[in-house]
Design a protein around this ligand. Sequence first.
Ligand code: PMV
Length: 372
Amino acid sequence: MNRSPLSEFLKDTSYHDGLPQRIISGWQSPSNIAFIKYWGKRPEQLPLYPSLSMTLERSFTQTRVVATRNDKRSPGLLINDNPVHPFLPKLSRFLTWIVTEIPVLQRFRFTVTTRNSFPHSTGIASSASGFSAFTLCLLSIASKATSLVIPNEHLLSLASYASRMGSGSACRSVYGGYTVWGKTKLLRGSSDQEAISVNDIIHPSLLSLRDAILVISRKPKTLSSSLGHETMKIHPFAAGRIFQAKDHFKNMLSGLKTGDMQQIGLLAEAEALSLHALLMSAPGGAVVLEPESLMVIRKIRASRALGIPLFFTLDAGPNVHLLYPETDRDAVGTFIETELLPLCEYSLWIDDSCGHGPREISGITDSDFSLV
Ligand code: PMV
């Protein structure tokens, strides 16, 4: 069995002499949108095949964790002063895992303040941004507690490794631009254990790619992704899906290298439709698209006949992500306003783009949090 990269926190035991009473850490971490979708997993949160995503800029979570000495040796956790916060069970499970990896964390209890930049109940999944932000806070706290100096790049790599245990897609949120999670012989350094940045092979034009997130329904997700991943264990099309995803991945990578928007966009659409086909054909048959999702998809495809290179992708929900080059922002803005917003709930959309990745927020107070 491989040694956990987090075991380096065990090296320094000097903290036993003088553990701080209180350590505060704050991180802002973005969400990401998968171009090659992660769906289905092996034990220990390992993927069945490589996935690839673009990190977003304006859709992020800001989290502040206050760690207070706790000599009871049981890690307490409170989120947003709410003892029944909906994120509490998942975060507690994750905390139980991480304190066994980094024992110094057992000496604290944690008060978490967290909020998303995207308006509440937009149906936008916050687990990737939420888990990556929380993990970065915990690792920063562990490094302050142990006086272990961890260079930023290495901290991000450890955060990718650890956040994967909370939510698989979170491991791709720790880097800006484009990231890949999953071992593939096409990319040196790729790993099932953590994501890597692939910006060095991406065509520069794609680092400013835009993603208009069209909010079709603000209802919270009806399908938990954990249950969705489970269905792949018995899915009749699982083997075909793995074969298809690997093929899509190879072609997506070559499109991203050359900056071929047509190739990237058509593959992103095929991936989105495959994900939903898997949902619908799994036992229980989940239909999470709304009629408006399909109408938006039709309009996007029809608009291509007019020469606008826009494409869609979807998460495991009804909202549509519209991908398009920065250079077409004005034309697409008009198209969104006139054709697509009437199909969105309360005309809601998020004008997002390829983003820069997490950043540490120091000394934040509640009033520093701001919604974009
Ligand atoms: O990270 P999870 O367990 O919430 O799974 C995310 C799965 C998809 O969002 C549907 C696809 C992806 O790769 O992000």
